[in-house]
Design a protein around this ligand. Structure first.
Ligand code: PMP
Length: 406
């Protein structure tokens, strides 16, 4: 594809050029966690070698350097999401913590009879925190149905969104189906009813850049490790007014303005939600990952990813008994599949022997597995550094397994 040189890109990811089980590694488990470019490793290494200290403590030069790098990364994330202000960018441990923070923060607004609308295609991270807050408040978690193709069922959405709905918490992209949900119009409908909207962007950001202002959502969450940054850090974007109104999530240092035994007051945004020493090197690493992505023509990158998906779809019929779960019209390159006569976990093990890494199981989406009546699926999830040859290798591997074991 023009404008995108995958061979050159792969040179940026040292982990990819190794043998696993005597075969060149074919890494197709990017949905679980993506690999890191040298630029991220270098940024974190340099941070620890040259500038590490605690942040926001001021009194010395290293502290200033660390703070500058840390806050610079926050500005990079702001730009990535097109948020208005860095006050709206809160560091969390990941998507999971970001959603827990929002659920906890919205609890004071919820009461018996209120409804939190999610969907059958949510990751457990966008179900369980809402169930926990529902338990506390008497609110109810209500799931929107999905279609056999793996799209949100809009009739179901329209029948469930109503006077009782207080929160719409929905995934931008499904980690199992790859479906890109039409979130903008859904948010618009929800907003018209005064519903607070929360997007789980964990699987969206590795494939395209969301614009939170264009989307109009109140909250947007994602994890660094899925967008080519380090583990241990993630982001919550929120509308300023809601963040101001929400109570803090955890108490401790950094999140306070003044502490006394009579009365403690909170720090300004975003620090009100950042108790304790943050993941500084990880923030710097995430900033470097986004800078790295910004160096590409994102359109060319998306075209290259789409070519992987097209190739995979063309090869489907070369494996007898193979069928996809998730055939939405708009999707990212994720293939959840089953093969007649084979258990998903055996497919995973047998591919691993050929150096091919995929994921098998319920993918933290048990309600979706129940919905499709499967115990689990095998899932190959691609990133921009995967090649057409790797797609071919996956299918050659599957053909072999099918011939020998199905
Ligand atoms: N939501 C979705 C759609 C995901 O795919 C994941 C990660 N599998 C999460 C949330 C949770 O992300 P994390 O484990 O990084 O908090």
């Amino acid at each position: 594809t023009s404008g995108f040189d995958v061979a050159a890109v792969r040179q940026d990811f040292p982990i990819l050029s190794q043998q696993v089980n005597g075969k060149p590694l074919v890494y197709l488990d990017n949905g679980a966690s993506a690999q890191k470019p040298q630029a991220v490793l270098d940024a974190m290494d340099r941070y620890y070698r040259e500038m590490h200290s605690n942040v926001h403590r001021g009194a010395h030069t290293l502290g200033d350097r660390a703070t500058t790098a840390f806050e610079g990364a926050r500005e990079t994330v702001r730009g990535f999401l097109n948020a208005e202000s860095t006050r709206q960018i809160i560091w969390t441990r990941g998507t999971t913590e970001a959603i827990n923070l929002v659920a906890n923060g919205l609890a004071p607004r919820l009461k018996a009879g209120d409804e939190i609308l999610v969907s059958y295609m949510e990751h457990h991270a966008n179900i369980v925190p809402w169930q926990m807050v529902a338990e506390r408040t008497g609110a109810k978690v209500v799931p929107v149905q999905v279609t056999p193709d793996g799209e949100l069922d809009l009739d179901s959405f329209n029948s469930l969104l109503g006077d009782r709905t207080r929160v719409l918490a929905i995934t931008h992209v499904s980690n199992v189906l790859g479906t890109i949900n039409p979130v903008a119009p859904l948010i618009e409908q929800a907003k018209a009813l005064g519903v607070i909207t929360v997007l789980d962007g964990a699987q969206a950001v590795p494939h395209f850049q969301p614009d939170v202002q264009a989307l109009g959502c109140d909250f947007y969450a994602f994890s660094s490790h899925k967008v080519f940054g380090p583990t241990g850090i993630g982001v919550l974007y929120g509308k300023e007014q809601l963040l101001e109104e929400m109570p803090p999530y955890q108490g401790g240092g950094e999140m306070i303005e003044r502490v006394s035994f009579e009365r403690t007051t909170w720090n300004t945004l975003p620090y009100k939600f950042e108790a304790g020493t943050p993941a500084i090197a990880e923030a710097v690493g995430l900033g470097a990952a986004i800078d790295y992505l910004n160096g590409f023509d994102r359109q060319a990158m998306e075209a290259a990813e789409n070519a992987l998906l097209t190739r995979a779809n063309e090869l489907l019929e070369t494996v007898p008994g193979m069928s996809l779960i998730g055939t939405a019209k708009r999707k990212v390159p994720v293939l959840s599949f089953k093969i007649d006569g084979l258990h998903p976990s055996d497919i995973g093990t047998l591919l691993d022997q050929q150096g091919i890494a995929i994921r098998t199981g319920h993918h933290c989406a048990m309600p979706l597995m129940d919905f499709y009546g499967v115990p689990g699926t095998a899932r190959a999830s691609f990133a921009f550094y995967n090649t057409l040859e790797e797609v071919d290798q996956l299918f050659t591997g599957l053909q072999k397994i099918q011939r020998l074991f199905a």
